[in-house]
Each structure stands twice: as C-alpha cells, then as structure tokens.
Design a protein around this ligand. Structure first.
Ligand SMILES: Cc1ncc(COP(=O)(O)O)c(C=O)c1O
Length: 444
C-alpha cells in the first residue's frame, strides 16, 4: 500500500530521481531516453542550470503574490516576452497554471466576448471528436475523447462535435484533395443545424495530440474553418497546449496554416515542465470587447500569474531563443519523421505522421484494409512496455481514436534538444518493440 494515489492503483511505477538533457534516471540507476518530453512538456531538456537559477532567484525575491491584489515583475516580463512569440494581434496574455485551466478559461471568455456585445445566447462551444482539451468539466465537455467522457456524462455540457481531419481514416471515406475538405465543411453544417445564435466558439488542436498523435490537417483546412467562424460570428480558439511554444517547428502550430485565431491556449512547453504554467492569448478584438465593456473578468485562480512559475516561463522562452531550439524542433522533427517512416516496412505499422516534434505511429492488424487490432490485444501497451524495457519512453496514444473503442497508436514528442543519436536509439528500440509485439500478437 502506498500513500501517494497514482492513476493506476495496481501498477508499479519506476521512481525517477534525476533528469539530465533527454534522459531520466530511476532509483535503481536505470536510464530512460525521454522520447516524449514527459508528455509533450519538456523542450529545453531536464536539469538545465539557467532555468534552475531563474527559479532560485525568483524564490529569493518573492515566490508568491495574489493576482487579485498585486501585479508582479516576473508575470509582467513573461507576458511581454510571450506577446512577441504570438501571431500579430494576440498580444494580451492571461497567465494560468495548466492546460485545462486555460481551455476552460477560454471557453468562459468566449461567452463573455459575446455577452459584452449583447449576444448573451452565444455560449456553446463546437469542437471535434478525437480531441482533448482537458479534464475539468467544461474542458471535458469540449473534448471528443469517448473513453474519458463516458463516466462523467451526467456532468457534461451538451456541446456539438464535428468529425476530425483524420485523412488516414477519412470519416467520409474520401481522400484528399478530391474530398473538398468535407471535414471543415462539417463545421458549417453543424452550426446551421444547431443555430449560430447559440454558439460562441470553435476549438481545435492545430495538430492533434494524444487523441491521434500527429494528425495534421491539409493546407486548406484552417483557412476554411476561419472563414466559417467569421461568417457566423463565432470565435476560433486554437488549443496549443501541446503544439504551442515551438513544438511543431513554429512558435505556434496554427502558423503553419497562416491563420490568426481569436484566442490561443498554451501550457506544457511554456515552462518545459519546471513549474505548472499556462496562458490564454487574447486577440485585440476579444480583449477590446471586454476592456470597453465591463472591463472585468468574473473568474480567476489563486495561482494565476504566479511569480515563481512566471520566472521559469521567461527563462524557458529566453533559453529557447538563445539556443534557436524552435528551429531545431523543425530540423530534428524532419529527421525523426523520415526515420519513423522506415517502420512502415513492418506490416503492423499503418500510418506514421506528424509535424515538427509531435508525431504518431498507428498500428493496424491489416494494412490493406486498415483493420485495427481488437482492443483486448493491448498492442499499444505492449509496444510501450517493450520500448520501456529497452530504456526508451514513448507514450501510449489514447485508444479508441477510430470509433471510440478501437485504435492503437503511440505518441512521440521529444525535447527540442533531441539529437541524431537520440533519434537512432529511439527508432532502434521501436523496431525491436514492434518485432516483439508481432511475435506476441498474430498478424492476419
Ligand atoms: C491539447 C490539450 N489541451 C488541453 C490539455 C489539458 O492540459 P492539462 O493536463 O495541463 O490540464 C491537454 C493535455 O494533454 C492537451 O493535450
């Protein structure tokens, strides 16, 4: 019996005692290559002295003040720096502690934006199936993740969902480019059916994270989404909790489509995991509607704008810039993707995809028909465990991305300092893991 409650009550977790660069070390001295950056969090690497020094310096001046009473220099400096990272117009920064806080806050701000303009009825948020926006009730209501929603259905808001831009398994049975981006047009259909006067915003992950790692929509997708949102006076929220702060090889993932959202939520990489930290970036039009309206937000958290966490965030942004690590995420991401593509010589590897350093490998029982393995075969778990046995940590993608039940994939999202040697170690471990799983689970 252990005192700490962990997610799986029966599992024995390795106890990590040290992190250095792209590696973690457990109590028994075992080394793990962190090929997931925790879970798309760590970007500058573990144990970076500059970040630790910034944290100590801030703790020595002031670790905490409450944002309801005081401003603080660390939060002000981080906000100014983060504004320079953002697409034009998104220079207003609300600092928070985690991704779910950020998306839930964006949800409420979307409603406030419309309320301030006399459109009280616009409060529902449209999102996509095969998505994750967080675990609090508002965030989970927006999340299209069947397995995590099921137990909590009585609490959830009735928010509409559209199909995801999952080209490998097009929900319409079409293929790009002949599809006419039916998955984006679906937004127009749902808005018309539900009534635009009840809808505040559409939220999406620019590149899908843990729900179907690495799924990247075609070039026309977000421009069309933006157009539909504008037509119906609906805000577009880019949930960049995973894709933000350089993970896709650009500051924000949505920049790959040249589209400017009304709000961006970001978290994980903002602090590289050295402290809990998140942000909502507001476009001028959202900020101004509130500033010239009530001038007040009826929401807040104890740790919003936390000085210590802000100092960490600022140190991380400076470190990323000083070492040109966003460019490295793009460069090493291309190398990693092309090396992972070689895994397609194994019959159980159906799809390899991703942008920058958010990548996924999908497993199938039959590559010709894309038939998935039965969930009971535990293919994802087996691959992850085999790689871990070889000292390489990858993350199990959320099962059920095909129909809410079936579907196997892994997520790969390493720190931006990942090297060619790290790539080779990862690919070798996956080759071995896949071969082991093919022996254990018969392929038809
Ligand atoms: C896209 C996205 N949004 C929101 C969240 C929720 O973030 P957190 O776990 O920090 O609450 C996550 C977490 O994985 C995420 O991937």
């Amino acid at each position: 019996m252990r005192a700490q409650v962990l997610r799986d009550f029966t599992k024995e977790y390795p106890v990590i005692v040290q992190g250095r660069g792209a590696f973690l070390y457990d109590r028994a001295g075992r080394e793990y290559l962190d090929a997931v950056g925790g879970i798309a969090v760590v970007n500058v690497g573990h144990g970076v002295p500059e970040i630790i020094a910034a944290m100590r310096e801030q703790a020595e001046s002031v670790a905490f003040v409450h944002g309801g009473s005081f401003a603080n220099e660390a939060a002000m400096a981080l906000s100014e720096e983060l504004a320079t990272w953002a697409p034009a117009g998104l220079g207003h920064v609300l600092l928070l502690s985690g991704g779910s806080e950020a998306t839930e806050t964006a949800m409420k701000l979307a409603h406030q934006y419309h309320r301030e303009r006399g459109k009280e009825g616009k409060y529902r948020i449209v999102s996509r199936w095969i998505s994750y926006h967080g675990n609090t009730i508002g965030a989970l209501s927006m999340s299209g993740r069947t397995a995590w929603r099921r137990e909590f259905t009585p609490y959830l808001q009735n928010f509409p969902k559209i199909h995801p831009p999952y080209c490998y398994r097009c929900p319409y049975g079409k293929s790009y480019p002949g599809c006419g981006i039916a998955c984006a047009e679906d937004l127009e259909r749902v808005i018309t059916l539900e009534g635009a006067d009840g809808i505040a915003a559409f939220i999406a992950e620019p590149v899908i994270g843990t729900s179907a790692a690495g799924v990247t929509p075609p070039p026309e997708y977000y421009p069309r989404i933006r157009e539909i949102c504008d037509t119906h006076d609906i805000l577009f929220i880019a949930d960049e909790v995973i894709t933000g702060i350089g993970r896709t090889g650009k500051n924000f993932g949505i920049e790959h489509w040249g589209v400017v959202p009304d709000m961006i939520t970001t978290a994980k990489a903002l602090s590289s995991g050295y402290a809990p930290l998140a942000a909502v970036l507001l476009h001028d039009r959202v900020y101004d509607a509130i500033a010239t309206g009530s001038g007040h937000m009826t929401q807040g958290f104890t740790y919003s704008g936390h000085p210590l966490c802000s100092a960490v965030g600022l140190a991380v942004l400076k470190y990323l810039k000083a070492h040109d690590l966003v460019a490295n995420a793009a460069r090493i991401g291309r190398t990693l993707l092309s090396r992972l593509e070689t895994l397609q010589r194994f019959p159980i590897v159906g799809d390899v995809r991703g942008t920058g350093l958010i990548l996924g490998v999908e497993f199938v029982a039959d590559r010709a028909t894309k038939r998935p393995f039965p969930p009971a075969a535990g293919v994802t778990r087996r691959v992850v465990e085999a790689a871990l046995g070889d000292g390489v940590m990858v993350v199990p993608g959320m099962g059920g991305m095909i129909d809410g039940v079936a579907g196997d994939h892994i997520q790969i999202s390493p720190p931006y300092i990942f090297s060619e040697a790290n790539v080779e170690q990862l690919v070798h471990a996956l080759e071995t893991a896949i071969q082991k799983v093919m022996r254990e689970v018969p392929v038809s």
